[in-house]
Design a protein around this ligand. Structure first.
Ligand SMILES: CC(C)(COP(=O)(O)OP(=O)(O)OC[C@H]1O[C@@H](n2cnc3c(N)ncnc32)[C@H](O)[C@@H]1OP(=O)(O)O)[C@@H](O)C(=O)NCCC(=O)NCCS
Length: 169
């Protein structure tokens, strides 16, 4: 599938909401708050990057958000990846990989220090993410707290996401 990754445009917002809801509908670790998180980040002006994957006919296939995080050890220039969503009927065709890779490249171009996420190492290891027991998030098992260091040192301690992540479903 040929996929273009580009920043979201105002006309994409409804499609992003719908695909985020659909992608997380049957996800075990999701709570259906993900579309509200994306909206909240946008309203707060806290979406450092909001990228869409576009396929044939300009159809929106997927979306990823990146927003600033703070980490207890005080390093600056760190961002959180997520939510990331691909329409269920478009999954497993490389769209999610293109979104994550495109976002990380843009973060590096901005001079980011690194990126964190909460997710499955089976998907994120390919981008260079790894876990570090020194980095924590609300008692989540260490393997799901992933980080990619772009500019050392690696941060330590508890990660704090933007308040929009507290959105209730
Ligand atoms: C996770 C998600 C964004 C991946 O997008 P995608 O377009 O399906 O990903 P890709 O096609 O690029 O997949 C690349 C690889 O990751 C694997 N993969 C995809 N989703 C995975 C998952 N949830 N867990 C583990 N591996 C996964 C695929 O098997 C594929 O492996 P392969 O290259 O060895 O065949 C998509 O499945 C999705 O929207 N899921 C629901 C929402 C969600 O869980 N978001 C992430 C929260 S951490």
């Amino acid at each position: 599938m040929s996929t273009i990754i580009r920043p979201e445009a105002p006309a994409d917002i409804e499609a992003i909401r719908a695909l985020t809801d659909a992608a997380f509908r049957n996800v075990e670790h999701g709570d259906q708050s993900e579309a509200a998180i994306v909206d909240g980040l946008r309203e707060a002006g806290a979406m450092t990057l909001s990228l869409v994957a576009v396929g044939a006919g300009d159809a929106i296939l997927g979306h990823v958000a990146f927003s600033p995080v703070s980490i207890e050890s005080g390093e600056t220039g760190w961002y959180g990846l997520g939510p990331v969503s691909v329409w269920p009927h478009c999954q497993r065709r490389g769209v999610g990989t293109a979104l994550v890779a495109g976002g990380l490249r843009r973060l590096e171009e901005r001079g980011a220090s690194g990126c964190v996420l909460l997710g499955d190492p089976a998907f994120y290891a390919r981008f260079g993410f790894g876990s570090d027991p020194a980095l924590t998030y609300r008692g989540l098992p260490a393997q799901y707290v992933q980080r990619l260091v772009m500019v050392p040192p690696a941060p330590r301690g508890e990660i704090t996401y933007h308040p929009a992540f507290e959105a209730a479903a």
